[in-house]
Design a protein around this ligand. Sequence first.
Ligand code: C5P
Length: 266
Amino acid sequence: MTAVEAFAPAKVNLTLHVTGQRADGYHLLDSLVAFADVGDRLWLTEGDAMRLSVSGPFADGVPLDHRNLVWRAAELAGWTGEIRIEKNLPHGAGIGGGSSDAAAVLNALGAADNGASLGADVPVCRVGRAVRMRGIGEVLDPAEGWPNLHAVLVNPGVHVPTPAVFKALQTKTNAPMSDVPETLADPFHWLAQQRNDLQSPATRLTPDIAPVLTALNDQPGVKFVRMSGSGATCFALFDEAAMRDAAADALTHAHPDWWVKACRLT
Ligand code: C5P
């Protein structure tokens, strides 16, 4: 039986405004989310029983049973078989990880369910291109005019627990994101007027984030730098692919222990 291949892109929160908190503790968000051309790969082969296997640079510590969101996504779609996962993305890193894997499985299986029961980020990861996310992640509006961007993603190799970052956020009711203009003269200027409200609590909890932001800001030609999600992955944007590639090379050389990826955000 031939396997169906699926791609689970890294998710990048270009902005992440926390606008409130529901009675059940979940936070209301307003976020512009884009997707990278780097990500995990999955291969699905239908069969009588569920079985997961994992390879790739971030295979260590990935559960191969029901704890893996991929397993639960297959169950949600009423499917069984073998799923091979190539883990190219760091997990617990603010760039989707398990949520994007689960979304890729739901998409590959054509599931009608949006996947919100698996995690707040699963519905947005099913979109796979620039989209404004609101509610706790279930209200999605495509950002039609948003341009593709050259980016470098950097993770310093620390795992940041999302609940702890939300807990450390002092003000839960913050101003929403501005509407994304349909035609945008300067996306970097627009982004600079928006925020990631989780960046300062995450930076306080995780001392490894600030040096990443500094190193990204020091790169020649850099137009914009911010943290994604609850961290620790940060991104830098460039308007030229050559400047982006030079920055990725320089960062890889200077910080061999960091995960550094040049990519295109869609
Ligand atoms: O839904 P998911 O399991 O991905 O969320 C992980 C944790 O992040 C939640 O348990 C919650 O503490 C926090 N969270 C939140 N509000 C959101 C999304 C996540 O408080 N909108």
